[in-house]
Ligand binder design. Sequence first.
Ligand code: SF4
Length: 403
Amino acid sequence: MNAVTEVKGWCPGILRPMASGDGLIVRVRPRCGAFDLETATALADLAERLGNGHIDLTRRANLQIRGLTDDRLTELQAELAKLGLLDRDAETEAVRNVMVAPLAGLDPAQSLDVRPIARAIDDALTSDKRLHALPGKFGLLVDGGGAVSIASERADICLAAVGDTLAFGLDTAKGTEWLGTLPPSGAAEAAIAAAHAFLAVATRGRMRGLSEAAFAHVRAAVDLSPMAVLPSPGGRRLGPLGCAAGVAAPFGRLEAGQLRGLVKLAADAGAADLRLSPWRTVYFEADAFVLEQARDAGLIVEDNDPLLQVEACPGAPDCKSSSVDARGDAGRLATVAADRGWHGSIHVSGCAKGCARSLPSALVLAGKGGAYRLIRNATTRGPVERIIGIEEFETLFDERRDD
Ligand code: SF4
């Protein structure tokens, strides 16, 4: 197996890791949005033994093992192959960008179990080599509705259960445009037809960047019926959900021990697997929620937890590019913001690279020389208002109240 290391801007994979300040990042894509508990335990052990023990939950519902050195990569790839998680080449791996409703098959409020559709799409993406020309970040989404719907997340091609049909949508500059419905039996085929139609009019970019004529070409590739009801938007929910439990990791980061703890909670609750979501939240089947145990394991179990409004990268000492304890400071800042009743988005970054978030935030602190550059309503590359130390956090919310 070859290691082809790419620079930032490419989604990292097992066969194409990405270099970061704390070593190589390897993204592991689950099959159909879930890892069974045995596999999740093995991933925690591998992250600890071969990486630095830090595991990211990503916004595309994948998991990343961090902190690998080049000499550990081949062994990790071999171990992941034994777990059935290695694709035959980097192109096959890269095209497998399918997000699946995290409660598929668990939530009685869902009219359809959409996993067979997601599996059929995954199979087509991996077996049809023409589709390997799709751009690296081109993605698909299959939602089932119910308590935790992912229909409002962005993906180039979207399918969402509405009653006993599937709504079909394409991504535009304004978000998903829901174009019509089709029966479940033709849903995977329609999504793949749209992917081929995209390739007929574009070799790069995304669905949202197509011209009107090119978009119409993709639209025409799918035979749709008129749609009476739009998919419900849904979103992240934490805590007990009746059929399942939702827990989030602070800053989207699990330690290997936390992942093992999560597996134990899920096993004790009788779950078969851990479901990943685009909100960096994990779901598992649970009748009675294990709230206290999850909280004790350092996980977030409530939707109003102040940590949920803050993004932070590892910072020092894990990342050698940083001079500040970004996550520790982010935790302190979250407490101060909550005390002041401030609800804007916050990004605390170890350095100007801004690995944790590429979009603007209301308040940005980017580490430099043991202090932070203060930036507002921008990314880490935005104009610097001034340099501040952690002792000045209290003052940040007195000055302005930007959202
Ligand atoms: S943003 Fe954070 S993780 Fe990324 S290089 Fe800088 S310090 Fe490291």
